[in-house]
Design a protein around this ligand. Structure first.
Ligand SMILES: Cc1cc2nc3c(=O)[nH]c(=O)nc-3n(C[C@H](O)[C@H](O)[C@H](O)COP(=O)(O)O)c2cc1C
Length: 198
């Protein structure tokens, strides 16, 4: 099974660290092949609502690094979106990727159907908007028939919610509770994919 993980942070910080940790956990199972993508070194522009994708059934008029991400998203069985919290929600960079998916959806309204998705979010504050950010990612999943998963009750109700205390990767390593939410979410994702998609 192919898993694409996208970090929406503009820097090499907590989100990238957490996403890489999640992907390396999945790589322990031979059933998973993972691909790590970060917005940090890529040129991804926001959607301009030119409607070219609507008129051509899927051709985006913007020629940038989204082309590579389109292919990876299409062939994936599972999607992990990771984001820092920027003013109470996901980063603008991750939102640009989500919006640009309009082109894929115009190619085929069922393009994402039955893929499985989880979220990893990290704020500088313990309660800085992590749950709202996950709801935003889950809205994208729900709208597009992606099955959204969390880590379950008693710990990871909506997914992986972490707190970096604005200390980047080193800061988030101290968030023992948050790291547990990541473990629970990855385990649930792994179990679900192995049970229903193998
Ligand atoms: C523009 C901006 C806005 C931010 N807004 C919030 C916020 O609303 N809530 C919060 O908890 N942290 C906020 N932060 C802090 C980051 O979410 C936090 O440092 C996070 O761990 C960064 O992740 P990264 O290292 O992966 O980039 C903000 C940071 C930036 C740059």
């Amino acid at each position: 099974m192919k898993i694409i993980g996208i970090s929406g942070s503009p820097r090499e910080g907590a989100s990238e660290f957490l996403l890489k940790k999640a992907l390396s956990e999945l790589e322990k199972e031979e059933s998973f092949e993972t691909k790590f993508i970060t917005v940090r070194d890529r040129n991804i522009n926001p959607c301009t609502h030119c409607d070219n994708c609507v008129e051509t059934k899927g051709k985006c008029s913007i020629d940038d690094d989204m082309n590579e991400i389109y292919s990876l998203l299409k062939e994936s069985d599972g999607i992990i979106l990771a984001s820092p919290i920027h003013f109470g929600s996901i980063s603008a960079q991750l939102k640009a990727i989500i919006d640009r998916c309009q082109a894929l959806i115009m190619e085929d309204l069922d393009i994402f159907k039955n893929k499985v998705g989880i979220s990893i979010v990290v704020g500088g504050d313990r309660t800085g908007g992590q749950e709202l950010a996950i709801q935003q990612i889950n809205t994208f999943y729900l709208l597009n028939k992606i099955i959204p998963l969390s880590g379950g009750a008693f710990g990871a109700n909506l997914g992986a919610c972490l707190w970096s205390q604005d200390g980047g990767a080193e800061g988030v390593k101290k968030d023992e509770y948050g790291l547990k939410t990541l473990d629970m979410t990855i385990n649930n994702f792994k179990e679900f994919l192995l049970e229903f998609k193998c």
